[in-house]
Design a protein around this ligand. Structure first.
Ligand SMILES: Nc1ccn([C@@H]2O[C@H](COP(=O)(O)OP(=O)(O)OP(=O)(O)O)[C@@H](O)[C@H]2O)c(=O)n1
Length: 399
């Protein structure tokens, strides 16, 4: 019987387990937080599973919220942080595991663990530190293996996202996917098209940010998963090149920028590509800017204006994506030496130009300010008010 020390992240939640248990039910920590505790990785959310039905859980605590009552989840607010407590459950048939109409509540921990995706995610941790491991999850952790619980075909039919999760864990944890599980992914890859793109999106990005992302992406190619997510299916040679290159990315903008750059995408193509992946507009804009800089770096044609327009964080993003660091080594310094980093730093405003009688409020004002901004960035006009007023007058005379 494996015992582990209860990590401090769980301490606050212990009174919840104790209260449920003293009412005669079972309660355990389950899921990713147990996996990450044993692997000594940082813990995110603490999930609790119990034999008590939702109504029974609610009867035990004063302050609860029905965060997902139809699939058995109640949030307990009595103990500071809100903790989600979910009734043991099974799913019948071949359905998305989130579909509430397919959820059956049960009293048995074993039944609950049986329907979980991978052995390393099917562990339960009791309040006393005792680990329940019915499917060899601890052994698989030691061997660094992702293995479906029971029959992979059933697990992937229940929820096709699990195939992307397998690839994500392989990359994130630097684990191998066990042979039958891998064969199950190849066999069912097309099921991925049935699930919401947002869900694949999350897993894909996490996979690309993992320590062994090249391997994760390679598994997507080998199992054909890549053909069943938006757009990637048409870019096999480029994806193979990405797999063969080493990359180390730290945020979502870098993930999409690497792909869009290697696919040779224009701004418009980037927008279409990322909309298909249901990517947030802010991310799409940053990817467009980052890729613009990447192409400029490739052409050895990075101007101060490009650096300025792309902005500090996207300069960093482009540097992270560019494999050839000799081409990017001087960019941070060049960026830091820009005369201004944003419009607010310009030592003039439209108001001042009007007050000084340079021009009247008009659409021309914006044009003048743009002209001044661009020339200050390019180092052609000094960023001093007198100089800027003079330059504005000259510009208007020439116009
Ligand atoms: N498609 C899924 C999603 C989740 N689970 C189960 O639900 C637990 C919690 O899922 P979730 O919070 O989505 O992921 P974690 O495994 O906790 O991983 P992370 O926190 O790193 O996302 C998983 O460990 C797994 O036991 C599952 O069986 N099938």
């Amino acid at each position: 019987m494996r015992m582990v020390e209860i990590p401090k992240e769980f301490h606050e939640a212990l009174p919840i387990l104790q209260k449920i248990e003293s009412a005669g039910y079972e309660a355990y920590f389950v899921g990713g937080s147990v996996r990450d505790t044993i692997l000594k990785r940082p813990i995110h959310d603490v999930d609790i599973a119990t034999s008590a039905y939702p109504s029974e859980v609610k009867a035990l605590f004063k302050r609860t919220v029905d965060t997902g009552i139809e699939h058995g989840t109640v949030m307990i607010l009595d103990h500071g942080t809100g903790y989600e407590v979910t009734t043991f459950r099974t799913e019948s048939g071949y359905q998305d595991y989130r579909r509430p109409d397919k959820v059956t509540f049960v009293r048995s921990l074993k039944e609950d663990l049986k329907r979980r995706d991978f052995t390393i995610n099917a562990l339960a941790l009791a309040e006393n530190g005792q680990v329940t491991d019915l499917f060899g999850g601890l052994e698989d952790m030691k061997k660094r293996i992702i293995r479906a619980v029971g029959d992979p075909n059933e697990r992937f039919n229940e929820d096709a996202l699990r195939m992307m999760r397998a690839v994500r864990f392989a990359s994130q944890l630097d684990f191998k996917i066990e042979d039958e599980t891998l064969a199950g992914i190849s066999k069912h890859s097309e099921l991925l098209e049935k699930i919401a793109v947002e869900r694949s999106h999350t897993e894909f990005v996490k996979m690309m940010l993992g320590v062994d992302a090249e391997n994760g992406l390679n598994i997507m190619l080998e199992t054909n998963l890549y053909q069943h997510v938006p757009v990637l299916g048409q870019y096999l040679p480029q994806l193979q090149q990405i797999v063969a290159s080493k990359f180390e990315l730290t945020n979502e903008v870098q993930v999409w920028s690497l792909l869009a750059f290697r696919f040779g995408f224009s701004s418009k193509q980037i927008s279409t590509f990322l909309k298909k992946w249901k990517t947030a507009n802010k991310i799409i804009n940053d990817v467009i800017l980052t890729v613009e800089l990447l192409f400029a770096i490739q052409r050895n044609d990075v101007t101060n204006l490009t650096l300025y327009h792309v902005g500090c964080s996207n300069v960093d993003n482009a540097i992270a994506v560019m494999a050839d660091h000799s081409k990017t080594a001087n960019l941070p310094e060049r960026y830091n030496q820009l005369p201004i980093k944003n419009k607010k730093q310009l030592q003039i405003t439209g108001g001042v130009l009007i007050k000084k009688g340079v021009l009247k409020p008009s659409p021309q004002l914006g044009k003048v300010l743009d002209y001044l901004e661009q020339n200050v960035v390019a180092g052609k006009i000094a960023n001093h008010q007198d100089e800027l007023v003079k330059a504005a007058v000259n510009f208007l005379n020439e116009d």
